[in-house]
Structures are given as C-alpha cells and as structure tokens.
Design a protein around this ligand. Structure first.
Ligand SMILES: Cc1cc2nc3c(=O)[nH]c(=O)nc-3n(C[C@H](O)[C@H](O)[C@H](O)COP(=O)(O)OP(=O)(O)OC[C@H]3O[C@@H](n4cnc5c(N)ncnc54)[C@H](O)[C@@H]3O)c2cc1C
Length: 477
C-alpha cells in the first residue's frame, strides 16, 4: 500500500492532504526563499495520531517534518521533498491550568498568546513573547527556543519549559523532564524538530509585576544608543526589555502605524522596567539620567497602558512595515556581546554601502540580538543573491565579534552550512551522536541544523552551497 493510503487508513482521509494545490501552502515557512513541496501533509488530533503518522513514515522510510504555524525564519519547517509534513495546528487545546503550581499543560498547536490569555484572570502571564506571538505555536517556540523582547529579564523559552511528551521517530511516546539526572527536556528545547515531535508541553507562568514603566529615548545615532544600553546594564539594572530601532525602521514603522516615534531620530531605545513599585521608580530615574548623559535628544515615559501599548505597537510593526519601503527583505538573526553593538552596527553600515543595499536594524539590544533587515527587490536580477551574501557577511561579523550564529530564529536549513564557523568538528560530531540516539534512522527533519560535508562542501559557508536550493539535493536528503 502507498504511504498516503497508509496515512489515510491510520488517521482518516480528512486528516491527510495530498492534492498539489493543498500542498503548496506547506512548501515554505516565514523565510520564503527556501521551498520544497512535500509528498503529503497530515493533520493529527492527538498524540496517538502523531504516533500512527510517524510509524507509517518509518514503515516507508519516509522523512517527516513537524510544523506549527510556519512562522519560523530559518527554514526549519521547510519540507524535505517527497517527505511528509506533520502539521500540529489541530492540536490546539489547553489541557490544564494549574494555578497553585503556576504551570500550564498545552498541546503543541496552542499559540503563544493563548497561554497568557488562559492565565490572565489569575494575575499570571507567559513571559517569552516573540513578536509573532499571536500566531506562532508553543511547539514551534520549544523547537526554536524562541525569545522575545521580555526575554532579557525573564529568560528564553528554555527557562519556562518544565516537561514534554515527545513522539520519537520509531513512534514511541516518552516523557522528558527537567529534573531527571539528565535534563532531557532541556536537550529537546532548541533542537529544531530534529529529535522528535512534542505533543504535550508543560510551561511555567509567572505573576504579573506590580508596576511597569516604559520609556522611549531618542538618540542622534545607533552608536550613542548602543553606549547607553551598555551603561544601563553596567549600572546593575535588569530591564524587562531594551529594544533598539534605527532611522530606517523608525520611519517605516511610523509611516505604517503612527505610533508617535520620533521621525528625526537616528535611533530610539524602548526600555521597559517592571517589578516591585519602589524598585521600578528608582530604576526609572536612573535610566532617565543615563539616557540624558548619553546624549538623548528626547526621553518620554508612557503615561498609561494605552501609551505603552502604542509604543510597543510601533516596535512590533517594524518588520511588517518594511514591506512599505522595499518589495522584499531578508531577516538576519545574529548575536554579539552587548559592548560590541556599536562596532557591529558600524560594520553593517559599511557592508550596506559596499553592496548598495539598504539595511534596517530593529532588535533586542539588551541581549545583543541583532535583526538586520536586508532590503532588496527579487525582480532585479541578482539582487536576491546579493542580499543573501550581504546577510552572510553580517553573520560572519557577528561571529568574529565573539557572538553567535543565531539569537532566536534558529539554524534551520538557512544557516546549516555556517555551523562550522562557530563549532569545531568535535562539537558537531557530539551533536550528531546525540541526534542519532533519538533518531537513529535520520527520519526526523533531516538536512536541518547539523551540517554534512555532502551538503555543505569542504569550505562551509551559507549561501555558497545551499541544501534545498541546489538541484537534486533535496530529493537525496
Ligand atoms: C513577523 C515575525 C516576527 C517574529 N518574531 C520573533 C521573535 O521576536 N522572537 C523569536 O524567537 N522568533 C520570532 N519569529 C520567528 C518564529 O515566529 C518563531 O521561531 C516561532 O517559534 C515559530 O513557531 P511556529 O509555530 O510558526 O513554528 P514553525 O515555523 O512551524 O516551525 C519551526 C520549527 O519548529 C519545529 N516544530 C514545530 N512544532 C514542533 C513540535 N510540536 N515538535 C517538534 N518540533 C516542532 C519545526 O519542525 C521547525 O523546525 C518571528 C517570525 C515572524 C514571521
């Protein structure tokens, strides 16, 4: 019997998509440059159905890829051609809200924001807050170890995951916990769908802070704003968030949503402080002083929740607002030590000039997590390739500055060949051995995260050789 027939028998025909037009929806994630059409998509409703789908794949030797909302920005959920996509959107129930222990048990297709909505009436919230939080799923967040503006103080997804139910590539369902002799849940978080499929997730939720203050400070340049970020952290203050936008992104966001961002500024910082009222009041005064000493041309504190929401709206609209100033853009994601922010932003500007392509910067400055947006027009021959090359050089600059290949968007297929820039052969081998212990046959999201010489060549580098783009390679994964 064919794999599709087997899947239909196991899950019912209404849970299996195999028409070419239906499959197109699943050919890429948020990084639309990498595409592959799967053989079929299955939409299970329970752990048992995920197990049945995985067992059918295994019986046919077919690779499979888990998919949440498909908002990933590193090509993690791109199908392997002729493989199966296991879409978890139907598994979107909140299974348990345990207020005394501040834990919530969810299915993987629950959106990030729905976790907070489920506990708001109890004065609690789920802290990791990717800008995509209205649509991205907790399963995708776990796989990517996603971050967000407030992760500076509260920690990334890994800080909040307590327990997982995972379907392994042989179809067995296992519980992974944080407090065993080996932190297997910790191993799973950030593994980008290569170790199995999470079908239940227990996360920690935290009390809403007593007081929140949000401050916007305008500066003549990103250099000046970057110095103030270091000064704030150096003063022993841990804000809930410190975000930076440069001139290009300020203007684009302001044109799009009219949030009151200062159009003339070279850079703005959005600083949020939260915690006990007295402590927040003290920290706020100190941050205002540091901004003034650092050359701020304007410092504005939101007067109420309405103004706070508007300021955040301006920040969170920045990615989408780029669509107003450029037909296409590529989002890079790299990290540098906070103190190297000014120098790295200068390097990005140099690269932008030499490639003749504009780069906007809107990012989690407190974490040193940059998101350069490389603007290009795919309709102009060669411009997409130049944008990729420029983005790759930005990443090289981050690694050279002592930073990292990714802050929160993951390696996926996009940066798989860049792994050796940061990790030795021995490091990669250790990760491969770990992966093989979970998935000995390599059926679970192959071709992502870990480089192979066959796919990446002897001289590794993203965008020089690329797994899914090269003719014939995807079929052989
Ligand atoms: C506008 C925009 C803003 C964004 N802002 C942020 C941000 O601020 N911070 C941030 O960190 N990210 C951000 N992202 C990236 C993205 O939203 C996150 O990576 C998110 O966690 C992906 O969730 P998803 O449900 O869309 O997962 P998908 O894209 O569907 O999948 C992502 C990866 O997770 C795997 N996966 C999905 N579900 C499971 C599961 N149940 N078990 C095992 N593996 C699974 C997939 O195989 C894939 O490798 C943004 C994206 C967009 C488009």
């Amino acid at each position: 019997m064919s794999l599709v027939a087997d899947l239909e028998r196991a899950l019912g025909a209404d849970a299996v998509l195999s028409e070419p037009a239906e499959l197109r929806t699943y050919e890429c994630d948020g990084l639309t440059g990498h595409r592959a059409v799967p053989r079929a998509v299955v939409l299970p409703r329970s752990t048992g159905e995920v197990q049945a789908a995985v067992r059918a794949c295994r019986a046919h030797g077919a690779p499979f890829v888990a998919r949440g909302a498909g908002t990933g920005l590193s090509g993690g959920a791109v199908p392997v051609a002729e493989g199966i996509v296991i879409g978890l959107a139907r598994m979107n129930r909140i299974l348990e809200v345990d207020v005394p222990n501040r834990r919530v048990r969810v299915q993987p297709g629950v959106t990030n924001l729905d976790v907070t909505r489920a506990v708001t009436e109890h004065g609690l919230f789920y802290a990791p807050d990717p800008s995509s939080q209205q649509v991205c799923t907790i399963g995708g967040n776990v796989a990517e170890n996603s971050g967000g503006a407030h992760c500076l103080k509260y920690g990334f997804t890994s800080t909040h995951v307590q327990e997982l139910l995972v379907v392994l590539s042989d179809g067995e369902a296992v519980r992974l916990e944080r407090d065993g002799p080996i932190d297997l849940a910790g191993v799973f978080v950030g593994s980008e769908g290569t170790l199995g499929i999470a079908t239940e997730i227990v996360v920690r939720v935290v009390p809403r802070p007593q007081r929140v203050e949000t401050l916007l400070a305008a500066f003549p340049s990103t250099d000046a704003a970057g110095e103030v970020v270091s000064a704030i952290i150096g003063a022993g203050i841990v804000p809930a968030a410190v975000e930076m936008m440069d001139a290009l992104t300020i203007q684009a966001a302001e044109d799009a949503v009219h949030a009151g961002l200062p159009r003339e500024a070279g850079a703005v910082l959005l600083v949020e402080l939260d915690g006990p009222a007295a402590e927040v009041a003290l920290s706020l005064r100190r941050v205002e002083e540091l901004c003034a000493a650092g050359g701020a041309t304007e410092v504005r504190v939101a007067r109420d929740d309405g103004e706070r929401t508007t300021l955040w709206y301006g920040r969170k609209a920045a990615f989408a607002a780029m669509g107003r100033v450029s037909p296409d853009y590529y989002v890079q994601d790299g990290v540098v030590p906070r103190t190297r922010l000014p120098q790295t932003l200068r390097r990005i500007e140099e690269l932008s000039q030499s490639y003749g392509l504009r780069v906007g910067n809107v990012f989690h400055a407190g974490d040193g997590n940059l998101h350069p947006l490389v603007l290009y027009d795919a309709g102009v021959e060669g411009e997409a390739e130049r944008a990729e090359r420029l983005a790759a050089e930005i990443l090289e600059a981050c690694v050279e500055a002592g930073g990292s290949l990714t802050g929160e968007h993951g390696i996926g297929v996009d940066k798989v060949c860049a792994m050796p820039w940061m990790f030795s052969e021995g490091d990669v081998r250790a990760m491969e051995r770990l992966r093989a212990a979970f998935d000995p046959d390599g059926l679970c999201n192959p071709g992502k995260l870990l480089p192979t010489p066959r796919l990446c060549g002897e001289v590794p580098g993203p965008y020089r050789r690329h797994p899914l783009e090269r003719e014939g390679v995807a079929e052989r994964l």
